[in-house]
Design a protein around this ligand. Structure first.
Ligand code: ADP
Ligand code: MG
Length: 221
């Protein structure tokens, strides 16, 4: 399966129904991520970025279409299998925190590594590259907004995933810190890992190898 794309989405649809009201959050989104590629997803608020990312990470189930991660189908699968694929192959940063509040940052990273069936990243190196090594023993509630954003990335990358899927990961960061994180994404891509980032940031758009524009649940070509 080494030849498979790290991520492949084929005609992904997601409808939300509330009473008689139907929202078409995603209307047939298809794209592949290549190994070593850093891709940004941009689009106005409400265009479907978070819905798309939830479907790609298996946290939500598309109403139609298929998602593969490293050649394995993650959509329309039992939760246990989706969780396994996530633990082994994907780094997930959702809007809001992906940390367990009763564990320190280090505890969260170790848990992510324990859940994965392959060796993870070097924790000290990862914390160092994110500039939060001094905060490793802090609990999530003790972290500032900027530290939380970086902690979320540290936990997402602890399993050394073949694809990082992060929803607005630099939204809370100042320019200099964001630049450091973009460098980290580049380093990952250079090591053959795929990086998919939803963002409003011009710096992210500029740093990416490819930009996908989402509008009303459709990718513009
Ligand atoms: P973005 O992340 O680009 O701001 P979202 O994916 O959050 O966009 O939202 C896409 C559309 O789907 C919006 O119209 C939003 O109101 C709608 N939507 C998202 N989640 C739900 C939900 N759970 N129930 C109903 N509508 C939803
Ligand atoms: Mg969103």
């Amino acid at each position: 399966m080494s030849s498979a794309a790290p991520l492949s989405a084929d005609r992904v649809y997601r409808f939300h129904r509330a009473g008689d009201e139907e929202t078409l959050a995603l209307q047939g989104v298809s794209f592949d991520l290549n190994p070593g590629e850093f891709v940004a997803v941009v689009g106005p608020s409400g265009s479907g970025k978070s819905t798309l990312f939830s479907c790609l990470t298996g946290l939500d189930e598309p109403s139609g279409g298929t998602v593969w991660i490293d050649g394995q189908r993650i959509s329309h699968q039992p939760e246990a299998l989706r969780a396994r694929l996530r633990a082994d192959h994907i780094g997930v940063v959702s809007q809001g925190s992906n940390l367990f509040t009763h564990l320190t940052l280090l505890g969260n990273m170790r848990l992510a590594q324990k859940l994965s069936s392959h060796p993870g990243a070097d924790i000290d190196e990862l914390l160092g590259s994110l500039g939060i090594q001094k905060r490793s023993h802090a609990y999530p509630s003790e972290l500032s907004g900027g530290e939380s954003a970086r902690a979320g990335l540290a936990v997402a990358l602890a399993n050394d995933p073949s694809v990082l899927i992060a929803d607005e990961p630099t939204g809370e960061l100042d320019e200099a810190t964001e630049a450091g994180i973009l460098e980290l994404f580049h380093d990952r891509a250079e090591r053959g890992k795929a990086v998919l980032i939803a963002s409003h940031s011009a710096a992210v758009r500029k740093a990416a190898d490819r930009v996908l524009s989402l509008e009303d649940g459709r990718l513009l070509s």
